[in-house]
Structure formats: C-alpha cells, structure tokens
Design a protein around this ligand. Sequence first.
Ligand SMILES: Cc1cc2nc3c(=O)[nH]c(=O)nc-3n(C[C@H](O)[C@H](O)[C@H](O)COP(=O)(O)O)c2cc1C
Length: 190
Amino acid sequence: MPPRLVVGVTGATGAVYAQRLLLRARELGIETHLIVTPAGVLNLHHELGLERRQIEALADRSYAPGDVGACLASGSFDASAMVIAPCSMKTLAAVAHGFGDNLLTRAADVMLKERRPLLLMVRETPFNLAHLRNMCAVTEMGGIVFPPLPAFYHRPASIDEMVADTVERVLQMLRLPGADPQRWQGLKPA
Ligand SMILES: Cc1cc2nc3c(=O)[nH]c(=O)nc-3n(C[C@H](O)[C@H](O)[C@H](O)COP(=O)(O)O)c2cc1C
C-alpha cells in the first residue's frame, strides 16, 4: 500500500504550496486525497489561474468540502498523514476547537483524535492573540504548526526554489518516504 496523504487547501494566500505539494507527492508515489474549500478555489484562481478541476487533476481522489459523509470523515480511513496547505486562520480556529463543520475540518479532527500526523501550513501576518492561542491549542493536541517561512541560508535563486524547499521539509516532517530536503552542511570558516 502506498502512503496516503490527505491534503486540505484553504483560502489563505500561498496556493502554490498546494500545487507543489500535490505534484511532489505524485512524483514520490504518495496517494493523495484532496479537499479544497470554496475560499481555497478562489485563491487558486486568483494566484495561479487554476480552476477547481485543474487542482483536482493533481490528486488521486478529490472530495467536496460539504461531503461530510465521505470516508475521510471516519477514523477507519487509514490515512498516513494530513497537511493543510495553506491553512487560513479560520480553518486553524476550527481545528483548534474541534469544529468539524466541513469535510476538511472533520478530517483534521479525525487525525488528532486518532493521534496521526497533522501539519498546518498556517499563513497570516501579523498574528492576533486568537491566532496565537489557536496555534498553541493545535500544538498541545499533537498537531504540527508549520508556517511556510522560507529559509535564505541555502541562497534560493527563485520563488520556485523557496516553495520547493518548504514543501520538501513538510513531507519530511510527516515522515513520508522519499522526501529529501536540503541539509545544512555547516558554515565554512571565513
Ligand atoms: C486573496 C485572499 C487572500 C487571503 N489570505 C489569507 C491569509 O493569508 N490568511 C488567512 O487566514 N486568511 C486569508 N484570506 C481570508 C480567507 O480566505 C477567509 O477567512 C476564508 O473564510 C477562509 O475560509 P476557509 O478556511 O474555509 O478556506 C484571504 C482571502 C483572500 C480573498
């Protein structure tokens, strides 16, 4: 059985992370199960010119966010991990409070209750106290809060490189096989 990754896409800026993640997962032979919220569709279109069907074509299986009866809504669905990329503050709040009002937030709730890996690529700046508290709550429940903040010490030459580096680190954090992020080799003496 290939590893199974649930991918949630919400209406925060950074739709390119979702696109890259799905492409890389396919390269690595990871089976993807995709849920895109309506605001996620808006941003995919605004930032990348993609329609819902085009992002869904990058996944093995796609689900409507309103389909709370889908297999992902149950702990009996054997998901290896789930990532929300990017994750809005609204969806973060729902996950932090166990508010499973759509399939994406329900699937995240299931990951936490089943003690399976859940990673949120949260995106907002600056944060208010509610955002910070919600990130603490998710962390206390075992979720991974992973804001997509680029590292510059590898001297990325393009946005594409920065996105690729972040996505590789996400896949590695979720212990998905094949992920191979750049390793820090140590500073050379001046
Ligand atoms: C162009 C655009 C960019 C947005 N960027 C962010 C963002 O970076 N972070 C965030 O929390 N919300 C952002 N929002 C607002 C969310 O889309 C909005 O709160 C939405 O209700 C989130 O719903 P969802 O989590 O179900 O996708 C943005 C909205 C738009 C239209």
